[in-house]
Design a protein around this ligand. Sequence first.
Ligand SMILES: Nc1ncnc2c1ncn2[C@@H]1O[C@H](COP(=O)(O)OP(=O)(O)OP(=O)(O)O)[C@@H](O)[C@H]1O
Ligand SMILES: [Mg+2]
Length: 272
Amino acid sequence: MTLLRLEQVTRTVELPDAEPLHILRGVDLEVEVGDHVSIVGRSGSGKSTLLNLLGLLDEPTSGRLVFDDVPLERMRSGQRDRRRGRDVGFIFQQFNLLPGRSAIENVVTPLLYAPPAQFWRRRRLAADMLDRVGLGGRLDALPTQLSGGEQQRVAIARALVRGPRLILADEPTGALDVETGERVMALLDQVAEDSGAALITITHDRNVAALARRHYRLDAGVLTPTDADVAVGATVPVGTSAAAAPSPVAPAWPAASSPPVAMPSAFPGERL
Ligand SMILES: Nc1ncnc2c1ncn2[C@@H]1O[C@H](COP(=O)(O)OP(=O)(O)OP(=O)(O)O)[C@@H](O)[C@H]1O
Ligand SMILES: [Mg+2]
């Protein structure tokens, strides 16, 4: 079943005193329920711009975007906001955590607009999700008290806590070391699979790209399907093997209170 379809989508920005900037040029993309898609591309190629369109945060300049069989132009802005809140989980490149709010308050935020069953259990759900990303011991920490990687994991917990149908991840492992990145990707994969959500990952990391089922490249606003090796090769430094298999994904990460090297066999909140 198709969740999202883009037909010849463009995004152009008018600039004062300069030619218009054509960021996306005729993008076609179809995403099925439960799909896992990776998109790689150079800095400035339009990846974040595309993700904002996919997540109904922005509108195409031309072309067609259909979300869950409803064309974007037929959604009123309130409907679009509700649908985004209910169906889309964003992991932003810059995390976008609320400053001055603790980890758990950040993760609770999407649940403030959730149906009663989730709303009344919001603290429990948020705490469980933070537990799943290895931050069960840091619920009350402020973003300024967390490392970049920990902030990213809070952002991931916030994206997943409402059980979205579409998870949009912009460099989800960008601030994480290799091992933590693998665990985060395993969690994203698992949550997506458990809930039948589609996962679209933008990444420069070849191991992360290799985890997806379908691969695309974005070059100067042009999106092209590609195979894993080519997508991955685009991000591999010269002299390394593009075909290197991703390392097996570890089941869990150390609890926040454990030293980073001590690896407990399983993480307490392993269910969703
Ligand atoms: N609102 C805007 N006004 C002007 N230029 C913009 C705007 N939004 C994006 N751009 C430009 O469009 C291009 C694509 O931006 P985008 O953020 O989508 O790139 P990206 O592929 O995500 O890059 P990165 O890998 O560095 O995050 C960039 O050159 C950016 O400067
Ligand atoms: Mg970007």
